[in-house]
Design a protein around this ligand. Structure first.
Ligand SMILES: C[S@@+](CC[C@H](N)C(=O)[O-])C[C@H]1O[C@@H](n2cnc3c(N)ncnc32)[C@H](O)[C@@H]1O
Length: 386
């Protein structure tokens, strides 16, 4: 596909999304109907779509065609070359479009920061004088990070094995065993290092969250909201612990046995029924359902789809998770609450509400990481029983 044809494809996908389709579904539907598109074309179209979605409001929030014109302008691309009308490229700009593009957009603070109006005050309450900076970080792309699985080899072995597949990495500045992919991130999943379990895809912030937990040798660790099992795999790799995984939706853990086998670790999945009758756990890690506001660079349509009623529902789930997980913690054990959100309502406020309802629990350590060049936003709070 020519660069113009890729822009035309992105316009079609963006129109679907602006019409209410989810981004991943719209991209998948386009790819299915475009068998002529190679992997580089699909990647380029996806990048265009996601670059627009991260900054949809500050680009003027119009049709797919309007948005791609504004993106091209922002990126300094030669618009006439892309909107040429040649082959499968979009039609040339009309005189009205040329005038519209020349006029600066009148943007509210929320639009400039690419957030929905209803969320902007909550965002400011949560982030104070960093509200704008953090919002603007989320307008850009996030790097891909890998966790070296120490059970399979060393960091040096991982770096060398990845290099053989042309995947270049550098060490994360603060998180041990974490590598930033600096070339060919799309080759990771087919690389020998990944297929042999030497590296796992995981954001630096999630890796740091697992490393923050002090897990004694022989401890029983429960990843209570395991989902795909990223945190459980991290615990099993890093600590001499017996690791268990649970999720209210057990089908989300379906790939975990294969992932654990690839990593060379043992993780026991547990059903909700009978969980309370099992011996208690020394660590119960609750990677609670959340808005994902710390990861919106990776899933940018989530911030546009989120409604205030969704935030209320997610906060209710978070309270339920803590209330159900707390009794599973052994005497002297730790309850760790975590989210990949940066909204105080889902973090400090949820924990405060829990501690008010269950005063036997108190906060021992709290950490809020904000999204930046070195990873996503992530919150952890360790609670002990009095
Ligand atoms: C943020 S995701 C977990 C991500 C996962 N830990 C990982 O690292 O890939 C939250 C998970 O919590 C689960 N969940 C939601 N409500 C729950 C509940 N009441 N009890 C247990 N799990 C719950 C969801 O099914 C979802 O898989």
């Amino acid at each position: 596909m020519t660069p113009g044809a890729r822009v035309a494809a992105a316009i079609a996908v963006l129109d679907q999304i602006q019409g209410g389709a989810a981004a991943e579904q719209a991209l998948t539907a386009w790819a299915r109907g475009s068998r002529f598109a190679g992997s580089k074309d699909r990647a380029a179209v996806r990048d265009h779509v996601f670059d627009v979605l991260r900054a949809k409001r500050s680009l003027g929030d119009g049709t797919g065609r309007d948005l791609m014109q504004r993106l091209a302008q922002r990126e300094g691309w030669i618009i006439e070359d892309l909107f040429s009308g040649d082959g499968h490229a979009p039609d040339p700009l009309t005189p009205q479009e040329i005038d519209a593009l020349a006029a600066p957009l009148a943007l509210s603070d929320a639009a400039r920061c690419d957030l929905p109006d209803w969320l902007w005050p909550l965002w400011q309450d949560s982030l104070g004088d960093r509200a704008e900076t953090v919002a603007k970080v989320q307008q850009g792309r996030a790097d891909v990070f890998l966790r070296v699985n120490m059970r399979r080899g060393s960091v040096a072995e991982a770096v060398n094995t990845l290099a053989k597949d042309d995947v270049s990495v550098v060490a994360h500045p603060t998180v041990a065993g974490c590598l930033r992919v600096v070339a060919n991130p799309r080759r990771v999943k087919t690389s020998a290092a990944y297929l042999s379990g030497l590296v796992e895809l995981q954001d630096a912030a999630s890796q740091e969250a697992v490393r923050r937990v002090a897990v004694p040798d022989g401890a029983r660790v429960l990843d209570y909201c395991a989902g795909g099992g990223g945190k459980a795999l991290g615990f099993a790799d890093l600590y001499q612990a017996k690791v268990f995984a649970h999720d209210i939706a057990p089908q989300r853990m379906r790939d975990l046995p294969a992932r654990a086998a690839r990593a060379g670790v043992t993780i026991t999945t547990l059903a909700s029924d009978g969980l309370g009758a099992l011996p208690k756990f020394d660590v119960v890690f609750c990677d609670a359902p959340c808005t994902g506001s710390g990861t919106w660079r990776r899933a940018p349509d989530a911030k546009w789809r989120l409604m205030s009623k969704d935030l209320a529902a997610v906060m209710q789930s978070q309270g339920e998770v803590l209330a159900c997980a707390a009794p599973l913690v052994a005497q002297g054990g730790q309850l760790v609450y975590a989210t990949c959100s940066i909204l105080a309502d889902e973090n400090t406020e949820t924990v405060k509400t829990f501690c008010n309802a269950y005063p036997e629990w108190h906060i021992v350590e709290e950490n809020q990481r904000l999204p930046d060049a070195d990873g996503d936003g992530f919150y952890t709070c360790t609670l002990h029983r009095r």
